[in-house]
Design a protein around this ligand. Structure first.
Ligand SMILES: C[C@](O)(CO)[C@H](O)COP(=O)(O)OP(=O)(O)OC[C@H]1O[C@@H](n2ccc(N)nc2=O)[C@H](O)[C@@H]1O
Ligand SMILES: Nc1ncnc2c1ncn2[C@@H]1O[C@H](COP(=O)(O)OP(=O)(O)OP(=O)(O)O)[C@@H](O)[C@H]1O
Length: 301
């Protein structure tokens, strides 16, 4: 058994997020087109006397270090059916914005699962790992697989998608976070009394992804949670407008927000848009990244 295992896991952006009406269980059926982006957290699992979590990075202060941390919950969920004592130290090197709509906590859950599976020599079949991921959260299965995928159900049922090229992005990180349940509740409030259509993936968007055509993808990006995120965080409209004026091909809220995502032509354009966003004072920081990115990957063992 090795001394420790480190797993790298990407953030995500939803290039399409079609949201249906609330289900009896409170969740919403989705047509959720996930794209993994090259901003990463790392999770290192090391044998220890008991389960513990530490976190480093600029937003580390906002991450819970008790058993509510999704990485700790993942270790517990993997250990329980095997009767294993989850005596492991999980260290998270956090680069994904916290509560930003980029699935940072989900990434850490998938990372901890893969790291503990390797550390404990379990060789759990992929399908079983995906089942545990789905129990931990709707976004967690995608954090495990990465690349691009269509998520249906509450987003946990995945079909891998072809991506025919590299897409360049800028992400504007907002000052503050948004709670995912609160954004879905706001969606329910805003759509109350209206007929919410069944969520369906856009064929134009899937074709644009498959071709690697950024202009075509820009024309089809959509997020049904955007009005709800803007309603709860109105200043995001200024951030979106700033990025559009700076030359982004398209701008949208990332998932439940409040991170905003800007699809740009190339790396040079990304640098320019990021600079304009920062100079405008409409965001806390601006990050450039490319997609697709691989899912949870062991990088050191
Ligand atoms: C907004 C997205 O990030 C888009 O990928 C996801 O839909 C959210 O996924 P997540 O953070 O993994 O969410 P979960 O931990 O599964 O659920 C948190 C809460 O979000 C709401 N939720 C989530 C997923 C979904 N399909 N419908 C929902 O209504 C529910 O109120 C749920 O209690
Ligand atoms: N490992 C973790 N990293 C970050 N937050 C965590 C973690 N574990 C639990 N949390 C809690 O989850 C909340 C949401 O954090 P997270 O960064 O996952 O949001 P998010 O990126 O908006 O999620 P999503 O895009 O999947 O809806 C945080 O405010 C924090 O209290």
């Amino acid at each position: 058994m090795s001394a420790s295992v480190t797993v790298r896991v990407p953030a995500k952006v939803n290039v399409q997020l079609a949201v249906g009406a609330a289900r009896p269980d409170g969740f919403h059926d989705l047509a959720n087109v996930f794209l993994a982006v090259g901003l990463y957290d790392e999770v290192t699992a090391t044998p220890a006397d008991e389960l513990s979590v530490t976190c480093a990075g600029p937003d580390a202060g906002q991450v819970p270090l008790d058993r509510t941390n999704l990485a700790a919950r993942a270790a517990l969920a993997l250990a329980a059916p095997h009767g294993i004592d989850p005596a492991v130290h999980l260290h998270i090197t956090k680069d994904i914005p916290v509560a930003g709509g980029m699935a940072g906590g989900s990434a850490d859950a998938a990372g901890a699962l893969v790291a503990c599976d390797a550390l404990w020599g379990l060789n759990t079949p992929r399908e079983e790992l995906l089942d545990i991921c789905a129990q931990l959260g709707s976004d967690v299965p995608f954090s495990l697989v990465g690349g691009a995928a269509l998520g249906t159900g509450r987003g946990e049922k995945l079909r891998p998608l072809d991506v025919g090229g590299t897409f360049h992005w800028v992400f504007a990180v907002a000052d503050g976070g948004l709670s995912t349940p609160a954004v879905y509740r706001e969606f329910d409030r805003l759509t109350e009394g209206t007929e919410v259509p069944e969520p369906v993936a856009s064929q134009e968007l899937l074709d644009a992804l498959a071709k690697g055509d950024a202009t075509a993808l820009a024309a089809t990006l959509s997020n049904d949670l955007q009005p709800a995120a803007l309603s709860l965080f109105p200043s995001l409209a200024d951030t979106l407008e700033t990025g559009r004026r700076a030359g982004a091909l398209a701008a949208l809220v990332s998932g439940s927000g409040p991170t905003t995502a800007f699809l740009v032509r190339d790396a040079e354009s990304a640098t320019g848009v990021a600079r304009s966003l920062l100079a405008s004072g409409t965001c806390r920081t601006a990050r450039t990244a490319v997609s697709p990115a691989p899912g949870a990957t062991v990088v050191r063992a």
